[in-house]
Design a binder for this molecule. Sequence first.
Ligand code: 13P
Length: 249
Amino acid sequence: MARKKIIAGNWKMNMTPSEAVALVNTLKPLVANDDVDVLFCVPAIDIIPAMEAAKGSNIMIGAENMYFEEKGAYTGEISPAMLVDAGVKYVIIGHSERREYFAETDETVNKKVLKAFEHGITPIICCGETLTQREQGVTIDFIRQQIKIAFLSVSAAQAASAVIAYEPIWAIGTGKVATTEQAQEVCKAIRDCIAEIYDAATADAIRIQYGGSVSADSAPELFSQADIDGGLVGGASLKADFGKIVNYK
Ligand code: 13P
């Protein structure tokens, strides 16, 4: 089965609402490519203005995080219903920055993944090893553990529609992109792990992105690998370069 590539920007904590509108307007003509899914995951306060600005274009607006409860006394959190009401279809779950600075664990990631599916939102589930883990040769073991816990109680049909982002922590924001071989090796291991948990058809359907210092230069080779179905792009998604990444072919 030919999987459609999904190329997503992760704006992180950048862009005020008015800056968000300006950036969407700048990028709109540059990312017009219907051969791939184009997604901007933006800060919660930017979702509605960015969605307005993106109207009539191929740009989808997603979220960077979501809480796993329905509603209530959780000051500062964003609920799944809030995202659905705003028109959000994708949410990043378990980014390494959320794990490092906001105490997210494999268990909370799993709760968020289940809650996103319950509300019909597609999770972009992040995984990735530290430099120490890579140097000690435990990368694949560690990623398999992250994946197995993230997918606990997720059905095969849900898993088939999910997106996984493999983001080696040492490659994020460092300008040190993983080699094509390293990225492909881990993305294939992730697909094999999904086949083990579910079946070959589910593994064949799920989309796996690479993230970590993706640039207009590195995107063409990375995105042409058999098991890499697009990218999750940080820094380069805030510039005109994102247009080149989306049109990597
Ligand atoms: P950079 O592309 O800035 O390295 O960020 C990657 C990332 O964390 C995307 O989620």
